[in-house]
Structures are given as C-alpha cells and as structure tokens.
Design a protein around this ligand. Structure first.
Ligand code: UTP
Length: 279
C-alpha cells in the first residue's frame, strides 16, 4: 500500500481578493478565530499521517516560515501564565513535522506552482492542500479519506470535488466522469474543463483544493502549455492523465469553506465561533 509522506502547499499567490489585508500579510496567515489558515491545512495533512510539509512560497510570504519556527521570546513571556497553552498546538506541529520551502519566482498559475515543488517531493505520490479551501469533518479528515481511496488506486491521481451551484462553476475546474463500480462518491474522470461558463460545464462537480498526485504529473506539467492568461493550469495537466483513465474525482464527506473569498472566510469564522462558544 503506497503511503503518502509529503504534502505540498502552493502558497505563492498574491491573494488579491483579500486586499488590502493581504498586502503585507500572506492570505494563508489570515486567522479563523485565532489560528491561521495554513495551520488548519498542516493539521489536516498530519491527520492523514503526513509529516513532511513542502511549501511553495514567494519572497512575500516569510510569515508562513516564521509561524512554523519556535519563538523563544514569546514563549518566555507567557511561560507560567494562563496563556502558556496557546502555543501548544503549533509547537506540537513544529516538533512532529519537517518543513521544506522553495520559492516560486513568478506567479504563473497553480500548475506552475506545483511543478516548482518538484524538487521538494522526490519520486513518490504526494498530497496537495490549498489552505484557503478550509475543510472540516467530524470523522476522517478530507485528506485522510482521499489517502484511503488512493491506497486502492495507487496509479491514479485523486481530486476532491464538490457539487456547486451551476451559476458558480466558472470559478472552478469541472469534471465529467462515471461512478466507479459500487461507489456512490468516486468517479473515473473522462473530461475536465477549467472555469467553464454554465452552458459549457459538463456537470456541476467542481474541483476544490485537495489532491493526491502521482509523480507522473511532473512530466505532464513540463509540457503543459500556459492558458490565455499565461498561467499553467493543473486541470490541463490532469486532463492528460484523465484521458489515460488515471484520474479519480472524489466527492468527500465534510464541509469546505472558500476562505479565499470574503464570504467564505466570514462563514468559516462564524462556523468555528459557534462551535467554540457552545463548547
Ligand atoms: P488562487 O486562484 O486562489 O489565487 O490560487 P491567489 O493569488 O491565492 O488569490 P486571488 O485569486 O488573487 O485572491 C489558488 C492557490 O494556488 C496558489 C495560491 O497561493 C493558492 O493557494 N498559487 C496560485 C500559487 O502558489 N502560485 C501561482 O502562481 C498561483
């Protein structure tokens, strides 16, 4: 059974939908209550048994690296006070995980960001988390559900999908496929379209920010042409593998918040706040 050891976090984007907040602060450091989005992502990767976190960053994202390093001065200042436990969770992550970093020099799309991470991955399947898609589930995390499915289909890439309203499909990569035998939520993908109009969309099953990718994706990305905006799309690279029957789309159990949008970010804060204040 192939084990997923590494999770890639493409976090080099500018987060322009969240300006001016993201002018100096990385989008991934915006907090849901007191915890930044990137920490939720790392915790989800850990819940799937992963302990190497490979970050594709940019020179503007130093705060992400700082978040996953010890801060002796703050620790000394809260030691022996009621605030001492507030750093426990992140310190646990720092102790358990290995963090690696590479810079994406220019914003050339998610596919390019993932290709930039090749040097951090090695010759093995790996997970990808886009931390602005915050996923939560009472039972197995979304990434754990996906690693279990990948174990049954080790030659395939797995993409997480969600049914979105038809009018919203133009924000996503949309899949077409057929259910695997005996499955209610996993599709063999035949086609994928990046940001279609509702009229062009084959379904409303939209790809969200969780992937398990086989190493084969890097060879495909190497020859994937940029789109009309000059961006290399991971959807285009996955389509090449889908045509070979090597992509499975998985409709996960759980809730996703699009925290890259103000609406999703507020909804996530409201959801976690109501849980926190009722506990
Ligand atoms: P988004 O499409 O959400 O872009 O990228 P963005 O820059 O983060 O946000 P907006 O749209 O300007 O508000 C999806 C994911 O891909 C990463 C982003 O950091 C985000 O995690 N990404 C995107 C890169 O790492 N590099 C890129 O060139 C593009």
């Amino acid at each position: 059974m192939p084990v997923i050891n590494k999770c890639l976090f493409p976090v080099a984007g500018y987060g322009t939908r969240f300006l001016p907040a993201t002018k100096a602060i990385p989008k991934e450091m915006l907090p849901i209550l007191t915890k930044p989005l990137i920490q939720y992502g790392v915790e989800e990767a850990m819940s799937a048994g992963i302990n190497t976190m490979a970050m594709v960053t940019s020179k503007h994202k130093q705060a992400i690296k700082a978040h996953f390093q010890p801060h002796p001065e703050i620790e000394a200042s809260i030691q022996d006070t009621p605030k001492a436990p507030l750093l426990d969770e992140v310190n646990h992550i720092i102790q358990q995980c290995n963090f690696t970093y590479i810079e994406q020099q220019q914003m050339q799309g998610l596919g390019h960001a993932i290709y930039t991470g090749k040097a951090l991955i090695g010759h093995e399947p790996f997970a990808v988390i886009l931390p602005d898609d915050l996923c939560t589930n009472d039972d197995d995390s979304v990434l754990l559900q996906m690693t279990k499915l990948h174990a049954q289909h080790p030659d395939c890439c797995i993409v997480a999908i969600e049914a979105v309203p038809m009018h919203a499909v133009d924000k996503y990569g949309v899949i077409d496929g057929e259910l695997l035998p005996d499955s209610k939520n996993a599709y063999r993908v035949h086609n994928m379209v990046e940001k279609p109009t509702p009229a062009e969309a084959p379904t409303n099953l939209s790809i969200v920010g969780r992937y398990i990718l086989t190493h084969e994706i890097f060879a495909v990305l190497e020859t994937t042409q940029p789109d009309k905006n000059g961006e290399i799309q991971i959807t285009d690279a996955l389509l090449t593998l889908a045509k070979q029957g090597k992509v499975i789309a998985y409709q996960f159990q759980g809730t996703r918040f699009d925290c890259g949008s103000v609406k999703g970010f507020v909804e996530a804060n409201t959801f976690f706040a109501s849980k926190f204040f009722s506990s």
